[in-house]
Design a protein around this ligand. Sequence first.
Ligand code: PLP
Length: 380
Amino acid sequence: MTHGFETRAIHAGQDAEPHTGAVVPPIYQVSTYKQDAVAMPRAGYEYSRSANPTRTALEECLASLEGGARGLAFASGLAAEDTLLRTVCVPGDHVVIPGDAYGGTYRLFAKVEERWGLAYTPADLADLDAVRGAVRPGETTVVWVETPTNPLLGVADIAGLAGVARDAGALLVVDNTFASPYLQQPLALGADVVVHSTTKYLGGHSDVVGGALVAADAELGERLAFHQNAIGAVAGPFDAWLTLRGVRTLGVRMDRHCDNAERVVAVLAAHPRVTEVLYPGLPGHRGHDAAVKQMRRFGGMVSFRLAGGEAEAVRVCERAEVFTLGESLGGVESLIEHPGRMTHASAVGSPLEVPADLVRLSVGIETADDLLTDLGHALD
Ligand SMILES: Cc1ncc(COP(=O)(O)O)c(C=O)c1O
């Protein structure tokens, strides 16, 4: 019998430790393992770049939560992305990427992978015809999706894009960082690989940087595992342990993030200084129908634009107090930032440049009334 999501978050990959009965997987802070005879590792562990029991616990749990065959944990989300691209692409290949991808993902393509010989085309992923038009027959090996996107909260129809990728003979990769597996299950909708910055909702406490890949299929999972070891950008044991501790409460945290975000959205939508609220849960949002189809709820990320342009956006970010001015997202504490000057500064001057009047919120799980009071004050 398959257990429910919250049960798997707490138990998958996390059997009690056999020698002591410890109910939490220990932090195996170790690089190497005693072997019983030459080339005879006792429990399959030889060297912690290749595998480490604490990392295995996290990897098995993530595979279970995403409904995939194999999970792999990395030192950061970008390390996971780079390892994935070097596994499934060769120089000369082409990738379709989101027209409003996370700035660091865009920088990876523009400044690193392109020098290696990978071509890319940003496309509006909410428009399936635009994606079909961006695909290069015989050259496109990956359609790379982020949904919802960072920071514009664009939503792409995962099942529709799976069809486009399949027709092109390409893999569909979905960055599920904003939604988390609690709100959205890309592999069940036809994606081949899910990418995470586990730094965000999966870790959930802003105390660890990490990344993950989950492959739908065991053969691709094996190739990714080979490259994970060959390239070596793995999650360390303590980072894997912290991330797994966060994962155990993912469901309850996500529900509270969503509750609070819905209240913040209602206040922003009624505010005279706010010209636009970007949130997939709003019926007027361009991706609302796709979001209703593929998301359990609409998440804790909210962006909005201000009548007073960049100067007002910067001022609101600096006046907020409970919303801490800072990069990153997905932690229990609320964060506010100006994407144009902060997280997405690397996209300035590119097709992925974000509007200067934009403010991004990561709505945390504090008392909702305190968040609303703080925002009201910052917007005064
Ligand atoms: C959607 C998304 N994908 C990937 C990343 C990169 O992850 P990391 O910062 O863990 O390398 C981020 C980081 O902000 C992100 O927001």
